[in-house]
Ligand binder design. Sequence first.
Ligand SMILES: [Zn+2]
Length: 684
Amino acid sequence: MADAPRPPAASDPDPAPRYLVTARKYRPQTFGDVVGQAHVAQTLQNAIRLGRLAHAYLFSGPRGVGKTTAARILAKAVNCTTPLAEREDAEPCRTCDSCRAFEEGRSLNIIEVDAASNNKVEDIRELRETVRIPPQGAKKKIYILDEVHMLSASAFNALLKTLEEPPPYVLFIFATTEPHKVLPTILSRTQRFDFRRIAVPEIVGRLQAICAEEGVESDNEALMLLARKADGALRDALSLFDQAVSLVGTPLHAAPLREALGVVDIDLFFEATEQAKAGNRAGLLALVDRLVQRGYDLPEFLGGLAEHVRHLLVAVTTGSADLIEGTEAMQQRYLAATADWAEVDLLHLLMLVDDAEAHIKESRQPRLATELALLKMASLEPAADLHHLLAKLERLEATLASGALPKAADGGQRTVDSGHKTEAERPPSPAPSVATEPPASYQPAPPPSPAPEPPPTDAPGSPAASSDESDPGSGPEQDDPGESPMFSPEPPPRPTGETVAPAPAPTAPPPSAPSLFGAPALRRKGSSGDGAEGTPAATLTGGDGSAVGTPHLAAPPTTDDFGISLTRVSDAWPRLVAAVKADRVHVGSMLQLASPQRVSKGAVEVAVPDDFSRTLLTSETESVRTALAEVLKDEAPALRFVVRAGEAGETAAEVDPFERLKQLRQEHPVFRALFEKFGAEIVW
Ligand SMILES: [Zn+2]
């Protein structure tokens, strides 16, 4: 055994110029040199110092993380003849006879047994015989049994005897990668230490030290590459390092190294996910072909792809790259890519790739398996469906709120909501939730039984993506570009008449209704008169509503039941205008002419001068809202742009979305499917 990571010591007992692989040459010789297992090293040092050594230890953990190395250091330290007081932290002195004898491989008191090849009961019996002989000129006789899980059952049992009543001078150190295969009776007689995978930065640090020692010039990315490929095993990293130096020579740079090691370039992974996202199957097949032509290992490619998707997922989920092991440039790249992905999509991709990776090893046709996996990825429907669906619903509600109902005209409809999140999100509002009510009870209800309701709360949005959770009901109608086709036949863009127009309610709500749904928060202000939310049909004409609408504008509440503060938004408006202007002048200019007016149905109504502004800003609702959230440094309330009453001469109706949705549910197959197949509930 040679030298520690320090410069070749004068005391080096092995001055032979023969080549030693790095992993052996730089094998740690003291606890202090052990990388990444400080928790183990510290405990063992304390045990030595305090004289509280167990008689058997079990070191478990993945391969190449330093179990055997630690066992050797422990053995050396235990038998070191230099007085403890003179040894710092109970480290082996490496100069006494005992230490040197062990390092030179001639110690009689430290016996290493490879249990994998000596796993028979006879071997253990033999070992037991030697255990009887006391150590020669040392404190302890130490047995290091590597791969102890390989012992046969009878060998284990033979060993058990010795473990139960070991002579006081014996110390057993077992090492295993598979502690679950070790008999419980053995486990219970040992003190167990779990060694962990070594983190990439720690491996990189070690490699840097070795590079400095060896005079090998290298760039950080190359070392990072080796460390990541080693997957937590320092020994693997050091072997790879040797391999890399032989293959690439020095200086060690990432690009040639990548090629030499057959590491798939990160660009290819990005290419794969981008093509998959675009549904470009041909591109993906071409990609596989390129991989094959270049001689890449396909299982390795899938493994790398899984890691890549995981990185994307981590970046999207956490919004940071801290959990991504890689260079800063790489982390930045993942962060930059987050905008393109929804968490759900990545989860699906990850499951797909993970599954493919698990099976490709058994596959006789790895290429086919890879292609299949990639094609499946490309065929994944964007899971954003749900978002789109919800966005659609919001649009629908908005449409309803504006009084323009696509097909269903008469009955009222309500918000469809899958409910769970709604409950949680609902701010303390007087509005009781009806979520618990079985949807069935609504089904038979005749269309014209609008009940007063609390403001719409939103459907479950995705935590990350949808910004419109506060309330879809009145929600901003957004254009979402990529909606699923299944919705296409559905509600036309809201009619131009959409303004603040309270609908005269032809269908007054039954008096009993309020008790069922609790105080109709939605209605509380201003709607006392209009009672029932108007039917959609009624609102289309907007004229009749103006009478009721005016009062709304006259006395804008500062906060609505959702706790959205109109004042906050109003105060923030100039900053919002400035922020948006900096980015997109035309939108900013229109916002400048707009002003938050009141809070209604959980959304802040923003009055704009004309229909053109309304249309444009409505299409920008999401981006404006995002900007608003940034300005507020908080979640932004939903926004609804309406034509200023004065200008338009119309006011929006307060429509009961619940009734509308109920109607839709009866008339639209898609909605019916939502209820029946997906268990959606009308929640208000
Ligand atoms: Zn010593």
